[in-house]
Design a protein. Sequence first.
Length: 150
Amino acid sequence: MAAPTKNKIRKLSLAQLLVGSFALTYYVLSVLMVATLLLFNRFILDTGHYDNGLKIIQSNSLVLVLVIMLLIVVGAVVGLVLFLLQKPKGLLLFVISAVLLMFIQANFGGFEGWQKFVVEIILIILLLIIPSRSTKIEENRDNNEILTPE
């Protein structure tokens, strides 16, 4: 009989699962917020018109920016879901989408709400660091299993 082979399906570590779940929750709430802003964009325009006395924000440009933000945030959510499903391009899609989102937020909103940038940078760094560390630990564990006699 042939020796049983070990299943090489890599499971997510607890740290990856926790950081991925938090990031997924954060970005799903961002999708809901941007979708709500897109739905009620007339309210934003009317409020801006009454406060300033001038119509600085054009309706078309606001809708365009909100649609672009919605697509980018949805890209981040899709990237996180692919990362949690362990697809190879998921982390890359998430990082690109998150960096683009931070650029748009900084460009249009400034750095007044700097906390969101800190949270997003920490999430990106953790999701980039944790997989490499857990992969090294798994490789060491596999090497130790190979060296130990059965």
